[in-house]
Write a new protein. Structure first.
Length: 213
């Protein structure tokens, strides 16, 4: 029977790459949260979901706007009324208004606390306010895993490979893109396979056919 695992990720939004990855056969806990935030020490601000495991290790964190609104919507009587009445269009407009108000509030706070993220020319805040930047990667990790895993180390290896591929993407948002790893990395297959060989590659099978002809 396949086991169940917890996968947690930390992500550098401005660089578009994963910074940390954990895959455990235990529930998410404070120790897991600590491991995830360690590679992010020195960032301007922390953006997380509303999990309580971050409460005492990230006192100045910013909670994801979308997660906060989802939590609020669950106890919003107006949302329940519109949903039960089948007024889906009015419900959509109501939630959009709620989001716009909450967005303006969080941007006003972050602009004051982190002015370097405010673009004077465009008059907009270019720092993250939700975990949406990582959510797409999370779903692609789940899709890439594809099948249940019985062993944690196998699931961890596969997840690590998928996160590495995400961090070295050459095509994102519907267009070619150069990742931070490609711009600043020094990876080469020679480092993995050893010194480069001066021996020529053996001819391909079709080359033999050509020569014979």
């Amino acid at each position: 029977m396949a086991g169940r695992f917890t996968v947690g990720c930390s992500y550098l939004t401005q660089l578009g790459c994963f910074a940390g990855l954990q895959c455990r056969n235990t529930a998410f806990a404070r120790a897991l949260a600590l491991a995830l935030v360690f590679p992010l020490l020195g960032v301007d601000y922390w953006l997380t979901d509303d999990n309580d495991c971050y409460n005492d290790i990230l006192p100045d964190r910013v909670k994801c706007l979308v997660h906060k609104l989802r939590t609020r919507a669950r106890s919003d009587e107006r949302v329940s009324e519109l949903h039960e009445a089948g007024e889906l269009e009015e419900l959509r407009e109501y939630l959009e208004d709620e989001y716009e108000t909450a967005y303006e509030e969080i941007v006003a706070t972050l602009r004051e606390e982190h002015p370097s993220f405010w673009d004077e020319d465009e008059e907009e805040f270019n720092g993250p306010v939700s975990t949406n930047a990582i959510e797409g990667g999370n779903w692609r990790l789940k899709y890439g895993l594809g099948v249940p895993y019985a062993r944690c180390h196998a699931a961890r290896a596969r997840t690590s490979l998928l996160a590495l591929r995400e961090s070295m993407s050459t095509f994102t948002n519907g267009e070619p893109a150069e990742s931070f790893a490609h711009r600043h990395g020094s990876f080469s297959f020679e480092q993995v396979l050893g010194e480069s060989s001066t021996q020529p590659l053996p001819p391909r099978k079709e080359d033999h056919v050509t020569q014979a002809a």
